[in-house]
Design a protein around this ligand. Structure first.
Ligand code: SF4
Length: 507
């Protein structure tokens, strides 16, 4: 019998969550480095450079890779020869580890979990509870895989009950374009096949915990039908040309993972779950000898990519921004923003639009006329920081408010991530506004551009409050121009089909 102590579980889970908040896995760094080397689309290459530079800065500074520090998902395999020295349940031990990790004073992580999801949606404030999957296995160890899954990528999960004769690859190829860029590609796709509806989803999530090895598979060739399916999906998805951040490019997925399970003769359940530029997971084993010891990755692993503001980008002074200047921005143009911008996301938009639509005044000091809004919910600062990691959130959640913000609030332009819906693109064109994107998965790098921050309205909303940020050379790309041209349409169209024939590997 192996004795597993409660304190070891708690300390190991807490350490693991801190660890994955700032370290990408070595396989992910190598794969992203390879994607950077191979990429020929300038916009996508710039986005990957930001992701890699951000990744290294986070590893050095022990600060989160992304402002969305995720929902915690834990897979536990408990050996049946294990005995517990514990007063808490396994679930309570894991949740205590989550609590300690997210409230760690040196690297406080953003608490994103809300209870009563259908109604009150109150933040639990310590990111608990985790989603825990437990399995009993033979042996005298406890194997734990801890992941922190971003909401943007989780929101793009898909499931279908196919007919047994349907093509799984064709279905995946149908749903990936529907996911848009809100899952912050390049990343991975996890595919679960078989079992029942919930089993297929679980398999898809579990498959994302495996290391990236598609280059090896491409080199040696598939030896099973599932490996052939992985390769087929990998090549066909990359041939779609979606590219980094949906800007159009060669690499949309770094790998495709597939797990399967026997199913009913009448059924073919299939699930696909993407994992984003902030792919975060770590695996460890408890054998009774104490808490897990996680080794820091060697910084030499990171490719020598050091993104700095591109001097050929157009510099924009936000404090003197005019409608005429906004209208002169070209789709795909890279800008460096300096000056003051306002922030806001779902909860603030809901309140602002409710006030405007009922003819009421906005809170004192909150005036969007001639201003730019940044869709962001930053991590709390630590030490000398002005603000913690502060990358963009998915913009289309703000689509239903955009016409009101442009028409009644007087907003000039917006910054977020991923594509806007067709009605919002039309509203942007109608108001001669523009929509800019920052790189999702480069949150610490973006926060380095923020020189001052103050709360302007709704402080009770925490990270969802409206802040005023003063930024210097904040990198963004024009995603929808005043003429209504969207790079999320034109970029992938230009790069469609170009992945075929690119070399297998570059190290
Ligand atoms: S990289 Fe994108 S999808 Fe992933 S956690 Fe960050 S914002 Fe969310």
């Amino acid at each position: 019998m192996t004795l597993i102590r409660e304190d070891d579980v708690i300390a190991s889970v807490a350490d693991a969550l801190q660890y994955i908040s700032y370290y990408h896995t070595p396989d992910f760094i190598r794969a992203m480095g390879r994607a950077y080397t191979l990429e020929q689309s300038p916009s996508a290459r710039d986005a990957i450079a930001q992701i890699l530079t951000n990744s290294r800065l986070c590893a050095e500074g022990h600060r989160p890779i992304c402002q969305d520090t995720g929902i915690v998902v834990v897979f536990v395999r408990v050996g049946m020869d294990v005995q517990w020295s514990a007063t808490r349940t396994l679930e309570a031990m894991i949740n205590e580890g989550v609590r300690r990790a997210y409230l760690h004073p040196d690297n406080k992580l953003r608490a994103s979990i809300v209870a009563d999801p259908a109604f009150k949606r109150g933040n639990t404030r310590d990111n608990t509870p985790a989603v825990i999957h437990t399995e009993l296995v033979t042996g005298g160890q406890v194997d734990i895989t801890v992941a922190a899954k971003g909401g943007g990528s989780e929101n793009k999960s898909k499931f279908a009950m196919l007919n047994p004769s349907d093509s799984i690859a064709d279905w995946v190829l149908e749903v990936v374009p529907e996911m848009g860029a809100g899952w912050c590609p390049p990343g991975m796709l996890g595919v679960g096949i078989g079992g029942s509806a919930e089993k297929a989803m679980l398999l898809a999530k579990q498959s994302l915990m495996e290391p990236i090895d598609i280059v090896d598979l491409r080199q040696r060739g598939p030896s099973t039908p599932l490996e052939a399916l992985r390769l087929e999906i990998y090549e066909r998805v990359n041939a779609l040309g979606i590219g980094a951040q949906g800007l159009g490019g060669l690499t949309t997925v770094l790998d495709v993972k597939v797990l399967d399970y026997p199913t009913h003769a009448a059924s073919l359940p299939v699930a696909v779950i993407p994992n984003c530029a902030a792919t975060r997971h770590v695996h460890f084993t408890l054998d009774g000898s104490g808490p897990a010891r996680l080794t820091a990755p060697d910084l030499a692993l990171w490719p020598k990519v050091h993104w700095t503001p591109d001097v050929s980008s157009r510099r924009v002074n936000l404090d003197r921004l005019t409608p005429a200047e906004v209208q002169s921005w070209k789709p795909g143009e890279r800008l460096l923003l300096s000056g003051k911008l306002l922030t806001g996301r779902d909860a603030a938009h809901k309140r602002i639009c409710a006030l405007l639509e009922s003819g009421q005044e906005l809170p004192p000091g909150l005036d969007f006329h001639g201003r730019v809004i940044y869709y962001v919910g930053p991590v709390d600062p630590v030490g000398e920081e002005i603000v913690g990691p502060a990358g963009p959130t998915t913009a289309n959640r703000m689509d239903r408010f955009t016409d009101t913000m442009l028409e009644r609030a007087g907003l000039l332009a917006m910054v977020g991530k991923a594509e806007r819906g067709p009605e919002t693109v039309a509203a942007i064109a109608k108001h001669r506004s523009a929509y800019l994107i920052a790189v999702g998965g480069a949150a610490f790098l973006v926060s380095n551009a923020i020189r001052a921050s103050r709360v302007v309205a709704f402080p009770e909303l925490g990270m969802e409050a409206v802040y005023e940020f003063e930024v210097h050379d904040m990198p963004v790309t024009v995603a929808v121009s005043a003429a209504g041209e969207s790079v999320h349409e034109t970029g992938p169209a230009a790069w469609r089909g170009k992945f075929a024939g690119i070399p297998v590997a570059v190290e």
